[in-house]
Design a protein around this ligand. Sequence first.
Ligand code: R5P
Length: 288
Amino acid sequence: MIVPGASSQALAAALADELDEPLAAVEYDRFPDGETLAAVPDFDADRAVVVATTDSNDAWVELLQLQDAVREAGATEVVTVIPYMGYARQDQAFEPGHPVSARAMARAASTGADRVVLVNPHEDGVADFFDAHVTICDAAGVLAEPLPDDLVEPLFLSPDSGAVELAEATRDAYGIGEIDYFQKVRHSGTDVEITPSDADPAGRDVVIVDDIVATGSTMSEAVTHLDAGGAARVFATCVHPLLARNARTKLERAGIARIVGTDTVERDVSAVSVAPIVAAAVDAVESA
Ligand code: R5P
């Protein structure tokens, strides 16, 4: 039975279709003191597949509650799918006294899961923080799907060297195009400095590929440079379209032609589903 977290209802429904499993009715509630309650009154299966993007503290708590609720209701196996794992970027203690937040979250989730499925976590190494078995799936293959067929001399570009493989995989899925990457220095959560690459964007359609668009600082800086370099159209594509705070406005003001992402984070730009990829990973987990 597929059990959706509040932030992953569309993806959970798509996954239920892919796996041909029923979708549990989940009740999400909040007490007057602010505590959340996620319950599964009709859960009735041996295996629970909890699907919960953890893009907020409440979502993390709901995930833990759902894992516990399905066990209470009789599940003997819990597979937890975390399509977008919040806190994954806090994967080290950046200053003395800081926590390794990704590890803390991973350990908490592991207490209720037999197996975990992640989609493009910021670094694959985050899997080591889980005590449960982890399968990582890669959405790069579907990122090209929403792009127009008529890209002119396409240039696929990652805003830093860390996402160049994602850009390459997206180009491969699209079929044609050059690859390049920018150099990025992050000065703060919202202040990034980008150094343009060698590839000349003049007159070309450029696709910027990244794993996450969070504050939109990275993408909007990249778009500004490409615009100044005379790029024809600039598309932004990412796995996780978090689009926090004023990210959307930043991108629009920078002159983006279109932004697209997957349904790991459910936004109006989530143009492509990772459900088939996640379904394959859940099945692979099953036979692991
Ligand atoms: C960083 O290494 C990531 O790949 C993204 O570039 C980054 O997380 C995007 O964050 P923001 O949208 O806040 O610039």
